[in-house]
Design a protein. Structure first.
Length: 145
């Protein structure tokens, strides 16, 4: 019940993100979600894509450094307080949230969050037990069809 997140190191210079996204575009790889964290000389681009296997091959062939991390993609109600209740539930059960970012779909009344936690299995168990839906890679791709 995880999805594959790609983490790509990019130089922190004008145009570098555009160059990278052009590479994905040229190979027909669709970005589902992304987050960019920057440092002085480089940035870490975290992204969920339509075809992670092809994306990794293309990214490495183009000379970028990348890694794959299993993360949680969580469907929550799109209303005030929903995110707060989910992250509170994780914290109360000893799950530390390392980082998070959101993505959108065409599904009304549902928001989607990516959660990076240390123990995916434990987090999935807690969320599922509390009727919070974690989606898998195939289900994520179906959301955008």
């Amino acid at each position: 019940m995880t999805v594959k997140q790609l983490s790509v190191f990019l130089e922190n210079k004008p145009g570098k993100l555009a160059e990278f996204t052009d590479v994905l575009h040229q190979h027909g790889i669709d970005i589902r979600a992304l987050s960019l964290a920057e440092a002085s000389d480089f940035g870490i681009l975290r992204l969920i894509v339509s075809d992670s296997y092809s994306a990794v091959q293309v990214i490495k062939e183009e000379g970028y450094v990348c890694s794959i991390t299993p993360v949680l993609a969580v469907a929550i109600s799109d209303k005030p307080g929903s995110l707060s209740s989910v992250i509170k539930l994780l914290g109360e059960n000893g799950i530390n949230l390392e980082y998070t970012y959101a993505f959108i779909t065409r599904k009304k009344d549902t928001a989607y969050m990516i959660f990076r936690v240390e123990d995916n299995k434990k987090a999935i168990e807690i969320l599922t037990k509390n009727n919070i839906h974690c989606i898998c890679q195939d289900e994520l791709n179906d959301l955008h069809s």
